[in-house]
Design a protein around this ligand. Structure first.
Ligand code: CAA
Length: 295
């Protein structure tokens, strides 16, 4: 793998660029906003700085990794030399189809086109390209530099060779790849989202409060975050859209999103990114404070 490109410089995109560059792979980080790219570089630098402080990365290795990252707002420019393109744009089917159409038309033959989608069908995304055998899901977990898993999703037409390349690359990034097939929610979110939805139902039905539900799962099941805090961390809008994919994809009412989640998303309470969800968040503070609405 000589050159990679990452489309989208948000939380997931900058994390993916972080681990690729750290593994010695030159990365072109692409976004429509110059400002977002500046913020992404600062975030990567800060997160690599944390690793230097912890002694897991030398300062020299940090500088080398940072030098591996270039940024651009021109998609075609950023992808033209890439052997691998990882798309980490917003979870919106139409947007992803548009991006894959454009990427397919402007990359070298044989370039692997990966999506970091958390639930959109890889087979559907691949249908926007002329080489569906080169399209695959590469689902990283947040925070990317910390979480070991990469869920590698084979679309209906993904080739064995492409799957093997992505499994090997994930290992080179220090991750543990797991191969799964392309069905709604794959494995990670098919299991995670019903748990989060059930936690929200428990709150909605008055079984227990926010703090109590999360404490049961943290201390009782050794989860690093309770399901409500995790939902805030992932983004409540993202949780809702994944539940909708599961609900529509399987046609089973057990995946129907809790009405409280729907209300919160409609009210703009999207979790960490909007400043409040089940908890409220103050920039710079690590205190976990239950949102006023649920006290
Ligand atoms: N980059 C580099 N290092 C980071 C980092 C980042 N972005 N974020 C955290 N870290 C490091 C910290 O430096 C710290 O390192 P040490 O252990 O060496 O001290 C370590 O990670 C723990 O961080 P903190 O001390 O700041 O905080 P914490 O102990 O509360 O851990 C957490 C934070 C790792 C996020 C932990 O709470 C956790 O594992 N939460 C669950 C995360 C999870 O489930 N993620 C998956 C979400 S689902 C998803 O992503 C996919 C989807 O499709 C929805």
């Amino acid at each position: 793998m000589k050159q990679a490109a990452v489309i989208g410089s948000g939380t997931m995109g900058n994390g993916i660029a972080h681990v690729l560059s750290q593994a010695g792979i030159p990365v072109s980080l692409i976004d429509i906003s110059e400002d977002a790219l500046k913020k992404a570089l600062a975030t990567i630098d800060k997160n690599m700085g944390r690793q230097v402080e912890k002694g897991v990365l030398t300062d020299e290795a940090r500088k080398k990794a940072m030098a591996n990252i270039t940024t651009t707002t021109f998609l075609t420019e950023g992808i033209k030399e890439a052997d691998l393109v990882v798309e980490a744009a917003t979870e919106n089917v139409d947007l992803k189809l548009k991006i894959f159409r454009e990427v397919d038309a402007n990359t070298k033959p044989g370039t692997i086109l990966a999506s970091n989608t958390s639930s959109i069908s890889i087979t559907k995304i691949a249908s926007a390209t002329k080489s569906p055998e080169n399209v695959i899901g590469m689902h990283f977990m947040n925070p990317v530099p910390v979480m070991k898993l990469v869920e590698v999703i084979r679309g209906y037409a993904t080739s064995d060779a492409v799957t093997q390349t992505i499994m090997d690359l994930s290992r080179k990034l220090g991750k543990v790849p797991v191969e799964v097939n392309d069905y709604p929610g794959f494995v990670a979110n098919r299991i995670l989202m019903p748990m989060i939805n059930e936690a929200i139902y428990s709150l909605y039905e008055g079984v227990a409060g926010v703090y109590e539900i999360d404490t049961v799962m943290k201390l009782g099941m050794a989860h690093p975050m309770g399901p409500l805090q995790l939902a805030d961390f992932i983004g409540l809008d993202t949780c809702l859209s994944i539940l909708n994919v599961l609900h529509q994809g399987f046609g089973n009412p057990k995946y129907a999103p809790c009405p409280l989640l729907v209300n919160m998303v409609q009210a703009g309470h999207h979790g960490v990114k909007s400043g409040q969800g089940f908890f409220k968040y103050t920039p710079g503070s690590k205190d976990l404070v239950v949102a006023d609405r649920f006290r």
